[in-house]
Design a protein around this ligand. Structure first.
Ligand code: CAA
Length: 282
């Protein structure tokens, strides 16, 4: 699948492999997709556009076969001083990705190092090619991860492994990442398979009710920030609130229909009418 831009950017390509899926391809091949400020500005613009689009239900971010992204742009930041980094809050804008409400899948092939690994971890689901190489090698540059690497890695793979990865700077394979729960799925090695699989999953998600999808994303993310009790209370409140949506009335399953009618006094029409749900995002 060759990406074609729907509008003009310099360091990324944007396309719609499906009408409901926005595909963003990092495109600085000569620098292994090093995440320069200019690239990140474009990525944030494209993400913002996809998030507000009425047609798009899910987003895929990918790189090339060789590199998802080899980290922050070392050449751009090598002479940076503390005063500038602090006063401009250097790379704080990277976190705009985490404010996007629609699900984002990282389709990772090749290097996902430093900021590249952090970018993938900011996404909601990581799908990897067997060739993917993850790592937080910043220690070898006399620094530490600066965009959530220490925090997200520790939460997902645990303290001991996160310490090893951050303090030795060693890379880890797609197979290790899947075993540790960082990666949800490894695709075949065939070129483009990781994007094809990611777009397929994004399309599936985009066909569900947009409000329920956003709520599901918000609640899973809340699990990283709230206590179990707070998270479960919030989940129940949001679960209750979704009974006010047209999509909930529309979707349901046939065998449980009478039971659900009895319990919830609901129509759940598609379920009853044995047809595919037509969600409207309302
Ligand atoms: N920044 C800027 N340029 C980079 C880059 C980076 N992170 N990674 C690779 N490049 C450039 C190289 O400088 C090289 O450019 P030139 O041809 O102009 O010299 C080009 O990409 C190809 O790279 P290599 O020749 O090094 O390719 P390789 O196949 O021999 O090695 C690699 C690949 C192992 C990924 C190696 O490029 C590498 O180690 N890159 C740096 C990885 C890294 O340390 N990332 C962390 C950055 S710091 C960070 O991300 C901080 C944070 O938390 C936000």
């Amino acid at each position: 699948m060759r990406p074609r831009s729907t509008r003009s950017y310099t360091y990324i390509l944007t396309s719609r492999p499906e009408p409901s899926v926005a595909l963003i391809t990092l495109n600085r091949p000569k620098a292994l997709n090093a995440l320069s400020s200019a690239l990140m500005t474009e990525l944030n613009q494209a993400l913002g556009e996809a998030d507000t689009s009425k047609e798009v239900g899910a987003i895929v971010i990918t790189g090339s076969q060789t590199a998802f992204a080899a980290g922050a742009d070392i050449k751009e930041m090598k002479d940076l001083e503390f005063s500038t980094a602090y006063s401009t809050d250097f790379i704080a804008d990277w976190a705009r990705l985490t404010q996007i409400k629609k699900p984002i899948i990282a389709a990772v092939s090749g290097y996902a190092l430093g900021g590249g690994c952090e970018l993938a971890m900011m996404c909601d689901i990581i799908i990897a090619s067997p060739t993917a190489v993850f790592g937080q090698p910043e220690i070898k540059l006399g620094t530490i991860p600066g965009s959530g690497g220490t925090q997200r890695l520790a939460r997902v793979i645990g303290k001991s492994k996160a310490m090893e990865i951050v303090l030795t700077g060693r890379t880890f394979s797609a197979a290790e990442a899947e075993k540790w729960g960082l990666v949800s799925k490894i695709t075949s090695e065939e070129e483009g398979a990781v994007v094809t699989e990611s777009v397929k999953m994004a399309k599936q998600i985009s066909e569900y009710g947009a409000l329920a999808v956003k709520a599901g994303k918000e609640l899973v993310n809340a699990a990283y920030e709230l206590s179990l009790q707070e998270g479960i209370r919030l989940e129940r409140r949001v679960f209750h609130s979704l009974f006010s949506t047209g999509d909930q009335k529309e979707g349901a399953s046939i065998q449980l229909q009478e039971f659900l009618r009895f319990i919830f006094f609901l129509g759940m029409r598609a379920f009853a009418e044995k047809r595919k749900s037509q969600f409207k995002g309302e």
